[in-house]
Design a protein around this ligand. Structure first.
Ligand SMILES: *[C@@H]1O[C@H](CO)[C@@H](O)[C@H](O)[C@H]1NC(C)=O
Ligand SMILES: *[C@@H]1O[C@H](CO)[C@@H](O)[C@H](O)[C@H]1NC(C)=O
Ligand SMILES: *[C@@H]1O[C@H](CO)[C@@H](O)[C@H](O)[C@H]1NC(C)=O
Ligand SMILES: *[C@@H]1O[C@H](CO)[C@@H](O)[C@H](O)[C@H]1NC(C)=O
Length: 423
């Protein structure tokens, strides 16, 4: 029997002497942020590797690649790399030496989740005194690592653009944040938690960058903390059609742009959301299987990834395995279950129109499935229905993980978004 996931992360007594830049000094008092170094039990990493090498393969039918799931050849290649070459220690060492990492304890975010919450986050402080605090919110299948490539240039820009103090948390159950202990940690609770985190770090006003599930959280934040948020930038500003749109669409009265977007949105919602239906109904049922097969979990995750990714970008095996591991290490139940708490079509819209300046960044190139080509190309006037749009950009490439596949474009857009506001 494997030990429960809580014991996988070894305590590290020497944490406080680690490289901590501009960290709060009063580390252990009142649940304040304390420096954190990743230290996964090597026995667990080895057991995981062993499970990968014991992977029971599958037959594959003749037919178009990806029609039923990720191609066997891809999964076999990941498995071989994982068992023969992948070196978690090196990955962990790199994160520990390059990232400024913390764990903090946040008070209960409200009645629906009546417990304190421990949370891991990166806090990368700029050396510039006037740097703008920027909270970066990831999605699934992902963690704060998604922003790895864009953070350095945001923190220490090589031009005269504004600098940022970046705060990038892992949600509970993702990466190094322990999973929720009871139900009730929805998008609104995450919104309260992140506002509390920013407050705890001494940031009264700040900007938010969101993607995927982070967008649902941000849609609550821009209303609940309207006065605190100086800019919301999202690469996932999806807008659902209202009844008038749907009627116009069925009578062929939508514009070409609207039609293309709705065709893709429909294709996504009808053919590509099986995983989220399972995550949001019986996550524990499938978690037993996925926890028992790290390579099986990678395949499950990789399907969703491929669906919305810009696949012109060639991931290394190490990138995909690390991404899978960061969701596997805490136990997949804690993160796939997030769909049960914070996925729903109603979450795409803010509860009311917010005055927070908003940037909609649209990255295309989701070429895994041609039917989804336009799923991120929401018409600008649809975004304006619900948000104060101050910057809008549409690119042909980048897909759903632009910070990974097109980091320069994301950096350029973030800079342009702030420039537009006079920073
Ligand atoms: C894995 O990486 C660590 C840290 O870089 C290194 O000390 C170790 O030798 C590597 N292991 C293998 C098998 O290469
Ligand atoms: C849908 O949105 C459009 C544009 O804002 C608006 O004119 C229309 O009244 C809305 N329809 C419904 C049913 O809310
Ligand atoms: C829908 O409208 C477009 C543009 O007006 C037209 O070219 C197309 O034939 C119409 N399609 C149908 C199915 O009516
Ligand atoms: C939108 O944001 C800009 C920039 O902060 C602000 O000047 C403007 O008043 C806002 N507009 C609305 C309608 O809230």
């Amino acid at each position: 029997m494997l030990s429960p996931s809580s014991s996988i992360l070894l305590p590290l007594l020497s944490v406080t002497v680690a490289i901590v830049r501009s960290a709060p000094t009063n580390n252990y008092i009142n649940g304040q942020a304390r420096p954190y170094q990743i230290n996964v039990d090597p026995k667990f990493i080895e057991q995981t590797r062993q499970k990968v090498s014991d992977f029971r393969t599958s037959i594959e039918l003749e037919g178009p690649a990806w029609a039923d799931g990720p191609p066997l050849a891809d999964i076999t290649e990941f498995g071989t790399y994982w068992t023969e070459t992948y070196n978690w220690t090196a990955v962990q060492d790199k994160m520990n030496s390059e990232f400024s990492q913390f764990i903090t304890t946040l008070p209960s975010p409200g009645e629906k989740y009546n417990l304190p919450v421990d949370m891991y986050f990166r806090h990368e402080r700029s050396s510039k005194a006037d740097a703008i605090p920027l909270l970066m919110l990831h999605g699934w299948p992902s963690t704060s690592l998604e922003f790895e490539k864009v953070i350095p240039e945001l923190v220490n820009p090589t031009d005269d653009s504004p600098a940022f103090h970046v705060v990038a948390p892992d949600y509970p159950g993702f990466g190094f944040s322990p999973a929720a202990k009871t139900a009730g940690l929805g998008a609104e609770e995450h919104s309260v938690l992140f506002a509390t985190l920013m407050e705890q770090l001494g940031y009264d006003k700040y900007a938010v960058y969101s993607t995927d599930a982070g967008f649902f959280i941000a849609q609550d934040m821009v209303v609940r903390y309207e006065k605190k948020i100086i800019n919301h930038i999202s690469d996932f500003y999806i807008v659902m059609p209202n009844n008038t749109d749907t009627a116009r669409y069925s009578s062929n009265q939508t514009t070409q742009e609207e039609t293309a977007y709705l065709n893709s949105l429909n294709a996504f919602l009808t053919d590509h959301t099986g995983y989220s239906a399972i995550h949001s109904t019986f996550p524990l049922s499938i978690a037993y299987a996925l926890n028992d097969s790290p390579l099986g979990f990678l395949a499950w995750m990789y399907q969703g990834y491929f669906t919305v990714n810009d696949n012109a970008y060639k991931h290394t095996s190490e990138e995909i395995i690390t991404q899978a591991l960061l969701l596997y290490i805490p136990g997949v139940y804690g993160n796939i279950r997030a769909y049960k708490e914070m996925y729903g079509l109603e979450l795409f819209a803010a509860k009311k129109k917010s005055s927070v300046p908003t940037s909609a960044l649209q990255y295309g190139g989701t070429d895994g499935y041609p039917a989804l080509a336009n799923w991120n190309y929401v018409p600008r006037d649809w975004v304006e229905r619900n948000a104060n749009v101050t910057y809008f950009a549409r690119h042909e490439r980048g897909g759903h993980f632009p910070a990974v596949t097109q980091p320069e474009l994301v950096i350029q857009d973030i800079k342009a978004s702030f420039k537009q506001l006079g920073y």
